[in-house]
Ligand binder design. Structure first.
Ligand SMILES: C[S@@+](CC[C@H](N)C(=O)[O-])C[C@H]1O[C@@H](n2cnc3c(N)ncnc32)[C@H](O)[C@@H]1O
Length: 272
């Protein structure tokens, strides 16, 4: 049964349900936050807590910005407000119609230069090559079984010299029995890469699905970091972040953020 599961479709519905339930990652920013961003006072996250360092952003100019798998009315509206005066525009791309509706609500309410596109982060064929100056991709690739296509597609739609700012989960998080970790007990149980489709019992998966919880995948650091490099991106920034309340938080920061630049591959050195 799990072999036949359409993960994109399942997780789309799961995130729609998360919107109905008011999960933290589905709550849009308010008008005051948008107004402050218009005045240059803003920050956004790729990971649970730490804001992206201001120096990671170039001056916006009339940048085309893609918020990738980033629905919920958060990063997109703030970037649209911050970049509006300079002529920047934002596209929010996500797999959940209700998450995208959040972004449209904010854009309408506050009259922002923001549009939305529904789709799968592994397939950005809606966009031509070399379209965007900046891609902001908060922690969301845990919801696809294969992350390499995400890096390949992000690199393809970025202009040369364009930036990809990404958040993702350190796969160490997925070594542990999830239920016990929720109760504060860290017991190593799983091998990496982790998959909610194959690493847990059918009964455990059934319980997640009965609760409409999104299914998750713990990608290796090779897929997360070498995956970006092999897609033609050069890493220029890195930080880690934690999530207070998780058992592992006492021991380490388990979220990672990277800044990457699409390199110019026209040099003969790059062709050897
Ligand atoms: C944790 S939320 C992140 C969004 C949020 N704005 C934030 O602050 O981090 C994860 C998002 O990934 C989206 N998502 C899950 N699977 C996806 C896929 N295959 N393609 C595109 N988006 C996807 C979900 O719909 C959800 O909006």
């Amino acid at each position: 049964m799990t072999q036949a599961l359409d993960i994109r479709r399942y997780n789309s519905r799961a995130w729609d349900v998360a919107v109905e339930l008011g999960s933290e990652w589905t709550l849009p920013v308010d008008t005051a936050t948008v107004a402050a961003a218009r005045q240059g006072d803003w920050s956004i996250v790729l990971t649970p807590v730490k804001p992206i360092p201001a120096e990671w952003f170039p001056p916006f100019g009339n940048a085309r910005i893609l918020c990738l798998a980033s629905g919920g009315g958060q990063q997109g509206p703030v970037l649209a407000a911050a970049g509006e005066k300079a002529g920047a525009s934002v596209v929010v791309f996500d797999n959940s119609p209700r998450q995208l509706a959040r972004d449209r609500e904010v854009a309408r309410r506050d009259n922002l230069p923001l549009t939305t596109v529904e789709g799968d982060m592994r397939d950005l064929s809606h966009f031509a090559d070399d379209t965007f100056d900046l891609i902001v991709h908060p922690c969301s690739n845990l919801f696809v079984p294969d992350v390499r296509p995400v890096w390949q597609e992000a690199a393809r739609v970025l202009k040369t010299g364009g930036l990809l700012l990404s958040g993702f989960i350190n796969p160490i998080l997925y070594l542990f029995d999830q239920k016990k970790a929720d109760d504060g007990v860290l017991e190593v149980r799983h091998r990496l890469p982790y998959s909610d489709l194959t690493s847990i019992t059918p009964a455990e998966r059934k319980a997640y699905m009965a609760a409409h919880e999104a299914l998750e995948f713990g990608h290796t650091l090779t897929d997360q970091i070498a995956g970006q490099i092999e897609a033609g991106l050069a890493l220029t920034g890195f930080y880690e972040d934690g999530w207070p309340g998780m058992a592992l938080h006492e021991y380490m920061e388990m979220f990672i953020a990277t800044r990457a630049v699409k390199v110019d591959s026209s040099s003969t050195l790059n062709k050897e």
